[in-house]
Structures are given as structure tokens and as C-alpha cells.
Ligand binder design. Sequence first.
Ligand SMILES: CC(C)=CCC/C(C)=C/CC/C(C)=C/C=C/C(C)=C/C=C/C=C(C)/C=C/C=C(C)/C=C/C=C(C)/C=C/CC(C)(C)O
Ligand SMILES: C[S@@+](CC[C@H](N)C(=O)[O-])C[C@H]1O[C@@H](n2cnc3c(N)ncnc32)[C@H](O)[C@@H]1O
Length: 382
Amino acid sequence: MKQGRSIEGLPPRTLRMRFLEWRNRVIGSDRFQRFAARNPLLRPVARQRASAVFDLVAGFTYSQVLLGMVESGILARLGTGPAAVDELSRIAGLPETGTKRLLRAAQAIGIAQEGKAGWWVLGRHGAVLHGNGGAIAMIRHHRLLYADLADPLALLADERRSDTQLANFWKYGAAKHGDPRSAAIAADYSELMADSQKAVAAEVLETFSFHRCTSLLDVGGGNGTFLRAVSEAHPHLRLGLFDLPDVVPLARAQVSESASHSALQFHEGDFLADPIPQGYELVSLVRILHDHDDEPARQLLENIRRALAPGARLLIAEPMAETSGAEGMGDAYFGMYLWAMGSGRPRSAREIRGMLEEVGFSATRQLRTSQPLITSVVVATA
Ligand SMILES: CC(C)=CCC/C(C)=C/CC/C(C)=C/C=C/C(C)=C/C=C/C=C(C)/C=C/C=C(C)/C=C/C=C(C)/C=C/CC(C)(C)O
Ligand SMILES: C[S@@+](CC[C@H](N)C(=O)[O-])C[C@H]1O[C@@H](n2cnc3c(N)ncnc32)[C@H](O)[C@@H]1O
């Protein structure tokens, strides 16, 4: 096809499209790749791009090395200080040869590091991950995701995904569907969410000023870990938690262990079908909206909008798509994760603001968090 001519039904290609085609022809060519690798000025970029492409190809292997380090107990052991191979081998229950292979693989990707005289310590990525309980829980949980992703095209061809590993793990309202395991299902996903909630709550607390509010309702609040963090930082707040009947008892059990939660009120229900409790100045949706397809997500926002008095606010915190510097987290990781789960999609802050405005919210704005990979925040006024 000639440049600039339109394919039936599509607008003509813009100048930018033509530039992208040209760029791709150049960098895709074997000759250019060899030229760039030999050229002293282009060589650093050529090597860095080759390495990035290799990481795409090898990513699953890296993830499995990480899983091996976590499940063997080696990462946790190195977190307490240097260790020798024979001790690590005993902890892992592996022969020394297998342990050394795992350690060398982990060293190559920054998880472990060999010191002098056979001692091993954490590598720089290992040091970050070891202290991050949420990330460790996710590494273990990824067994389910990676099983679902084993045949990506089969997964993508299936528009009614209800028997994937992730769909079974995240079976919201399992009691309603007559699943006898409903309490266990709710307990499992609530525990996973609680493990990774600390970092999310810290970002929200750093980003949004709760001082001007007197009350907060956390919709889909799980076992109350987010509210616990908020109440520790802002004990003046009157708090409410809304979640499914299988989950609220888990939150009640947590509260009985924590004195700071005394002013917490519990509301059981289905946020898509039941009215949202009224009388709160602020409502939060933490890692909720992206679980839902567009129509139910709109219904949920409308439901919340109806419950809020004029001037009350809604705070949405979740990882968002098209986040600069963390693009892979959005449409690649959460896009495929939520597809495998069978509902929802990651949305950009711009899309979320648009949905909020459609259902009658105003003054929508995005607040900048310091680690958008963990969460972004959008706030709107009713
Ligand atoms: C000190 C010297 C010498 C130099 C300093 C150099 C320097 C500045 C180094 C920086 C060090 C530093 C501060 C590093 C920080 C690293 C951090 C914060 C890393 C964080 C990593 C977080 C990760 C890997 C998080 C992963 C989270 C995942 C996978 C979450 C998944 C969530 C899911 C699946 C949620 C599901 C819920 C549902 C169903 C979608 O609703
Ligand atoms: C991904 S978890 C997030 C939990 C918590 N906000 C957090 O960030 O850790 C989603 C939560 O929404 C709740 N949920 C899902 N569907 C619901 C519904 N229809 N009505 C009420 N709660 C619901 C789940 O039980 C779960 O606690």
C-alpha cells in the first residue's frame, strides 16, 4: 500500500505512523543492529536495548529463579545475614550442586551476591524484596497466574473465563453462587490483599490529606488493614467498612485484636446491588474498580455517588494504566492478570476521571504518589 493512503474504514496514516514504520524498519534490520553494536557512540544504547529485549524473552525464567529463592527459604535466610552454601543447601533441602546453580542464577539477576570465602548475601534487588512481604506473597501467588498464562492465546480466545486458577481464587460472593468453600475463598484472598496492603496504605496516607475529614467509609475494605493504617495515622476519624458477608467477619476478628479500631462500624452487603451506607464525608475504593468491567464499574460509582451528600468525596486508589515509567505494570501485568481473573481491566487516571464525571462527580483530579507502581490516586467531589 502507498504511504498515506487509507485502508478501508481507517483514516489515512499520520506523519507519526509513517515515522514509526521507518523507525521499525531501521532498528529491525540486521545490518543496522550490527552497525550500532560496532559504533562507539551507539554501542551503549545497542547493548542496553539488546539486554531489554533479552529480558522480555527470558522473563519467565527470572521469575522462576525468584520463586525458587522464596520457596526454598534461601531469600528469608539471607535476609538475616550472610550464609554458606552448605547451610543454604540444608535449608532448601537441595543438593549442593542445585543450590549453587540457584544461587548463581539469583546472583546474575541481582537477588543474591557471593561475598568472600564462600559466603552469600542478598543482592540489591534481593535486599528490596526480602523486606517487602506484599511482593513475596505475590511471588508465591503467581503460580496461579503463570498456570493460567501457560497458553496465552487459548486464554485470550476465551471470553467467558470462569474456570481459570485466578477466577477460582477471586470468587467474590462465592456463597451467593452456592460454593461451599465460600468462607475459605474469602479468607484466602483477604489474606493476600492484607499482605500487600501496607505499601498501598502508606502511599495513600502520604498523598491525601485526611485532616479535613471527619469520617471515612472503605468500600470493599477487606479485613480492614487499610482502615487500620488510616486510623493509626488519624485517630480522629469515624470509620466504616463495607464488604461482602463472607469478608466482614474477618474484619471484625481483626478489630477485636486492635484497640485503635474501636470506632469502626461494619456494613455487610453487595456494593453493586445494595445501597452504600450514607453519612460519610469520604468514601474510599482501594484496589476495587479495576476488578470490574466497565458497566458494573459505572454502576458502583453511581451507587456511591447516590450515597454521598453534596461536597463529600470519593478517593480511588489502585495501580493505573499508562503510568509513566511503569507502563508494563498497567496494561501488560494487570491487563493479563485481570483478563485471567475473568473480569475488570486496568484503567488510566484519565479514563477513571472520565467515568467519574459521567456519573455526576466533579472536581476530579489525580494526586501524584511517590511509587505509582504500587498505587495511583484519583479524588472526586459529589
Ligand atoms: C544506598 C546506596 C548506596 C544507593 C542508593 C541507590 C538508590 C536510590 C536505590 C533505590 C533503592 C530503593 C528505594 C528501591 C525501592 C524499591 C521498591 C520500592 C521496590 C518495590 C517493588 C514492588 C513490587 C515488586 C511490587 C509488586 C506488586 C505486585 C506484583 C502486586 C500485585 C497485585 C495484585 C495482583 C493485586 C490483585 C488485586 C486485584 C484482584 C487486581 O484486585
Ligand atoms: C481486591 S480486594 C481489595 C481489598 C482491599 N480494599 C485492599 O486493597 O486490600 C476486593 C475487595 O472487594 C470485595 N468485593 C468484591 N465484590 C464485592 C461486592 N459486590 N460487594 C462488596 N464487596 C465486594 C472483596 O470481598 C474484597 O474484599
